[in-house]
Write a protein that binds this ligand. Sequence first.
Ligand code: SF4
Length: 293
Amino acid sequence: MNCSKCIQMFDYYSDNIFTWCTNCGNYGIFSAVKRALVAEEIDPKDALLCFDIGCNGNGSDKISGYRFHGLHGRVLPFAAGASLANRKIKVIAFGGDGGTLSEGINHLVHSVRSNYDFTFILHNNENYGLTTGQASLTTRKGKPMNAAPDGVVVEPMNVMEFILGLKPSFAARAFSGDVKHMTEIIRAGIKHRGFSFIEILQNCTTYNAETPHEWYQERVYDISKLKGYNKADLESAKEVSKDLEENIATGVLYEDEDSVDFYSRLANRKGTQTELVDEVKNYEIGNFLSRFN
Ligand code: SF4
């Protein structure tokens, strides 16, 4: 087969120097993202990768293609707007547990509920890594952190339980040490019609010594191997998502294959062949502005 036009890993290559700490889970995540894009034959010109502020966001320099790097916690509304404006492109957004579950949590709720048509990858490393290890909503109770040296005094949030309570159309969990499995899950998220939420349990070698790569490796299992598991059953997903200590379920925990995304529900777009981006009009406002000279 003549593969001169095939999308290859090199098409997403960037020669910028990585700034992540040694053995950070972000390396595996970005490897899986690139593999998924290549496996889905998505040309870099047909993808938009949107990054939040945080260690995850430093990935924006390490991959080629169209990228947006937004404000802390605010990547979701930008990604939603981009995917609504031009549905010919694939949009993938990235955020961390710090920004997404604090100032960004309203955007997360509305993205899930509205079922915007893009993929969101949550890097859950259980702390604010970029700002040197402060507690986030997923930091374990009792763990001493910068700005909380006596230990965190509140229980952590189980992100997946929260998301499933919002009735998502797609919810998956992965582990940053399993690139092959992450790639499969991200591919499934890209193919899903609607908001595909993917939580990645990410090891942070610098600020989270309690849950290193090996800790997760000993505890995660692939839900697709669980006999009789039905990913169309929301209640089953809620049940398997509870355990974050001993047997941690990964894979596509829930998917509504009949999902109807936000755009497709808009009556005023029915039968329209153009994208919103094709309908942008230019208005001459020179005469109006000249009145203020
Ligand atoms: Fe990775 Fe943690 Fe270092 Fe951030 S602080 S680059 S998440 S190891």
